[in-house]
Design a binder for this molecule. Sequence first.
Ligand code: AMP
Length: 396
Amino acid sequence: MNNVQGKKVLVRVDFNVPLNSQHEITDDTRIRKALPTIKHLLEEGAAVILMSHLGRPQKKKNEDGSINVNKFTLAHIVPHLSELLGVRVLFSKDTIGESAFDKALKLNTGEVLLLENTRFEVGETKGDDEMAAKLAKLADVYVNDAFGTAHRKHASTYTVAKYFEPEDRFLGLLIQDEIASANKVMNSPKRPFTSILGGAKVSDKIQLIEKLLDFTDNLLIGGGMSYTFIKAQNGKIGNSLVEEEHLDLARELIRKAEERNVELYLPEDSVCADNFSADAASKIMPSNAIEDGWMGLDIGPKAIEKYAKVIKSSQTILWNGPVGVFEFEKFAAGTMSMAKAISDSSAYSLVGGGDSVSAINKSGLQDQVSFISTGGGAMLKYLEGTVLPGIEAVGK
Ligand code: AMP
């Protein structure tokens, strides 16, 4: 990202942050993570044009079919971004229209312009050429720093890159850090290397599990996906989440783990609920002997103790997905204990996946983790070994 002095730089950032009903930002992690690139470009003498999506405005239109601008406008981001940057941020009320062109044209070195939500344009998610070409006209240089959407072939994350010469397109500092962190874990982990996988379904994580079996020493499984594995070994799981169609696959993964000398751990006990709600009655049961009418919603105390011990003895840790329904206080202890064990450890730790990141933020221990990924789906894909289109298009 050198030689940008006096140039206009179009930066795809990921400002897809959660907002409350008053449109206030409830978690600004993604904005903060984008700051180093923006600051670097300003210091190098560039004029910075930022673009991002926010939510899914095309899927959540008003009743009359119009875009709900009030809900999805990036104008909500401007005051906080200005404050964090210490620079006034100009805003264009369109993405590729007259306002964007006018404001981009007049933008001076050291100034920042934020374009309206890229997904207000139907062409964005289609990777539309016309939209990408119009975006490219706004600037001399393109930087992709939106790791969270790097797995998508969208106009602003992918198509736009080809309208810039190879020497005029770059990956931002955040994407570079994300890749370095994932590579560190996958290519040269200090051992023992422990992976903790949670979340609702096995089906979402099959490829990652397959891939990890080649690298990891320990695989700690938690969350809803545990019960498919437990049922596959003839356990009684009551009403716990299960993917019947993946029982064979679960057996196959257990077999592969053995073959490759990976220690695969399933939770010995579970905190079970009599229904799926925050105020359900709860009881601890062995995970393979859950009574009828009950469902496992968190890993139990014995599992926590065992998992924490494995984490403590590890040198590299990868965590993706909560080990319980941590959104409900009663079933959050397992996930919070994993966050605590990881933060107490001096191992290199990478936490990725939207929900594990919210969990670690909720625990307040986020500063004690080596790297928190901003990309849920993108990190999963990268770890699985997929070439991310947003990275490939920049060609660095
Ligand atoms: P994922 O997006 O696949 O990482 O899944 C995250 C979601 O899995 C969270 O919203 C959790 O509440 C949910 N989850 C975790 N453990 C369980 C469980 N035992 N039963 C049902 N849902 C779970």
